[in-house]
Design a protein around this ligand. Structure first.
Ligand code: SF4
Ligand code: FES
Length: 266
């Protein structure tokens, strides 16, 4: 039987001064994921091993960890794809480790909350008189960004988060854009203010690591650039008609699949 060596970060607060690596050998079967390897360890070798998981299908976003130095979802990472029989697994960087592979994601959720990740009191929604129909184009303007599962991989990959823990980061900023671009929403101004802070959107220097790490194809780096553009348009108070062609027009052969909406900040 083939075997897999899993080098797993261990850390027990109050006992260990710092995280260390422990090696485990587990039987390797076809199609096995990194998460299944960890579950094997927990069920058969050491039941004190701590890690998060739930859906096992890349939906809940809870099994994010650093696998061979790249932030990935353990349930979504087949061992075969890594092409080796020795794999190192650590907790997500840019987050404090709570125990073993469990990172403290509270800062991510606090930042996410701070950008108001919901539709803000549109009059049309408060007192609806009919269905609020959206066009295909309007839906497309935010759909891609709505696939975020809050796994935090983008935050773990971001070099700016690594140097400034207060930087809002790709997930919250991407979601700020997602809601601003929703025609039912009236909270763009508040989110722009939040994103325009010292630790906000302008610190992003487009490394693109967030989009590379994202397991859901959200492309937070794109969302951040679109957010910057929307904020600039807003600050210049340009209406669609008045926009200079150099900023307003999309390249004719744009490869972007999403529609870039015009902002009417309410
Ligand atoms: S943008 Fe992608 S990587 Fe970041 S939290 Fe959302 S799903 Fe995860
Ligand atoms: S267990 Fe839900 S995303 Fe991996």
């Amino acid at each position: 039987m083939q075997e897999l060596t899993l080098k797993v970060q261990r850390y027990l607060p109050g006992k260990d001064k710092r995280p260390y690596i422990q090696e485990f050998t587990v039987p390797l079967r076809k199609g096995m994921t990194v998460l299944e390897g960890l579950i094997y360890i927990k069920e058969n070798i050491d039941n004190t091993l701590s890690f998060r998981s739930s859906c096992r299908m890349g939906i809940c976003g809870s099994c994010g960890m650093l696998i061979n130095n790249f932030p990935m979802l353990a349930c979504h990472t087949p061992v075969e794809e890594l092409g080796m029989d020795r794999i190192e697994v650590r907790s997500l960087p840019n987050f404090t480790v709570i125990r073993d592979l469990v990172a403290d994601l509270d800062p991510l959720f606090e930042k996410h909350r701070s950008i108001k990740p919901y539709i803000v009191d549109s009059e049309e929604i408060e007192e609806p008189t009919a269905e609020f129909l959206q066009s295909e184009e309007e839906l497309e303007s935010y759909m891609q960004f709505a696939y975020c599962v809050k796994c935090g991989l983008c935050m773990a990959a971001c070099p700016t988060v690594a140097t400034d823990a207060l930087f809002l980061g790709p997930q919250p900023l991407g979601q700020a854009y997602r809601y601003c671009t929703d025609r039912r929403d009236s909270g763009a101004k508040e989110r722009f203010r939040q994103a325009d802070s010292r630790h906000g959107v302008w610190l992003c220097h487009l490394a693109g690591a967030c989009s590379e790490a994202c397991p859901r194809g959200v492309d937070p780096a794109l969302a951040i650039q679109l957010l910057k553009r929307a904020m600039i348009f807003d600050s210049l108070r340009l209406s669609k008609k008045k926009k200079p062609a150099s900023i307003a027009e999309e390249p004719k052969e744009s490869k972007l699949k999403i529609a870039v909406p015009e902002f009417t900040v309410k």
